[in-house]
Design a binder for this molecule. Structure first.
Ligand code: HMG
Ligand code: MG
Length: 316
């Protein structure tokens, strides 16, 4: 039996948090060696079975830009075969109308666009200027909403940019607000290169609140590059945020962002939430076993401290 932390409740934190799992998409998009579709499908299925309420499965981006996810349509077919219609509730990334069309062809009900808070990253990740990205997203979001889909909008480089340096809170709020005003149903604020610290998180959430977007409309997406992700997660929750993104086993990064290493590991977040008595619904043993299996597929150990600590019990 794995260890679990002793529960000591912190009354200043929410009672329940939704973990938005990005491992199959954000985690795998950076892997050079192609992972077979069947392995990806098993990964998604095991994450769903471990109790993760939201599992982002893949990306309908241009296959030349992210070759690892070129099998997006095939993966969705396999998942629908294995999980039934509920597989159509697993969100996917779509950058533009072409991506949306591909998602609609599969009958998917949740999509996510991904914008940048900075000019340089918009060009590198989307081949668009900061302004042009909105022109690409406008018809995408409008059509998705008209078709009854939920649209999450990621904002990358919210806490710093490897090319531009510091990113002012006001700039992030302006980009996020524009995406929200297009019709997005939730914003996910990404610390793509993991440079943020706790007071910065508080200031960003407060900036959005002042602009009319309460914490309930936000998710926070941390990377653990500098070991700040868990502290930042606590700061986000203290500001009222109840959706946190995480990646099983700490997989991932962004292929178009220099120095974007692993996302916050879902296991590390689950340990923290469990200790704080915050409901999350995830079976930690099942999750660790899933990440250990995936680490075996990828041929290297998980960077997650919790997977390392508990992994031996899961057959590592
Ligand atoms: P582009 O080259 O400017 O595209 O790329 P275009 O609009 O000029 O179209 C060129 C060709 O691509 C056309 O085909 C289109 O049909 C086709 P042709 O007429 O030449 O035969 N095309 C597509 N094909 C399939 N699916 C599509 C699609 N779109 C166009 N969706 C584009 C623009 C946005 C497509 C490209 O830049 C792209 O795919 N970028 C994606 C990069 C990416 O996936 N990055 C990683 C995700 S973001 C991230 O990881 C951050 C996040 O995790 C949060 C955080 O940590 O910060 C979310
Ligand atoms: Mg990420």
């Amino acid at each position: 039996m794995s260890g679990l932390p002793q529960v000591v409740r912190d009354p200043t934190l929410p009672e329940r948090v939704t973990i938005y799992e990005v491992g199959p998409r954000d985690g795998l998009q950076n892997e050079r060696a192609l992972v077979p579709t069947a392995v990806k499908a098993r990964f998604v299925r095991r994450l769903v079975a471990a109790g993760l309420p939201v599992v982002e499965s893949t990306s309908f981006v241009h296959p030349r830009w992210v070759p690892q996810l070129a099998d997006a349509a095939d993966l969705v077919d396999v998942l629908v075969e294995e999980l039934g219609d509920s597989a159509r509730d697993l969100p996917v990334l779509v950058p533009n109308e072409r991506g949306l069309d591909r998602a609609l062809e599969k009958g998917l009900r949740h999509v996510a666009i991904f914008g940048s808070a900075t000019e340089t990253f918009a060009r590198k990740n989307l081949n668009r200027s900061l302004d042009e990205q909105f022109a690409m997203f406008e018809p995408t979001v409008r059509r998705a909403r008209a078709a009854g889909l939920d649209v999450r909008a990621y904002v990358s480089m919210c806490f710093g940019d490897p090319w531009e340096g510091p990113v002012p809170v006001a700039q992030v709020v302006e980009v996020g607000k524009r995406l929200f005003d297009l019709g997005a149903t939730q914003l996910s604020l990404g610390d793509t290169i993991g440079v943020g610290t706790t007071a910065h998180v508080t200031a960003l959430v407060e900036g959005f609140r002042e602009a009319g977007l309460p914490a309930s409309s936000l998710a926070l997406h941390f990377h653990d590059t500098y070991g700040q992700a868990l502290a930042n997660a606590v700061a986000a929750m203290r500001s009222g945020v109840t959706t946190l993104d995480a990646s099983a086993g700490g997989l991932g990064g962004c292929p178009y962002a220099r120095s974007a290493t692993g996302n916050l590991a879902t296991e590390d977040l689950v340990w923290l939430l469990t200790g704080l008595g915050i409901e999350h619904g995830v079976d930690l043993d099942a999750l660790v076993a899933t990440s250990v299996e995936m680490a075996g597929e990828l041929g290297r150990p998980s960077p997650s401290a919790v997977v390392r600590a508990l992994g031996a019990d899961a057959g590592e």
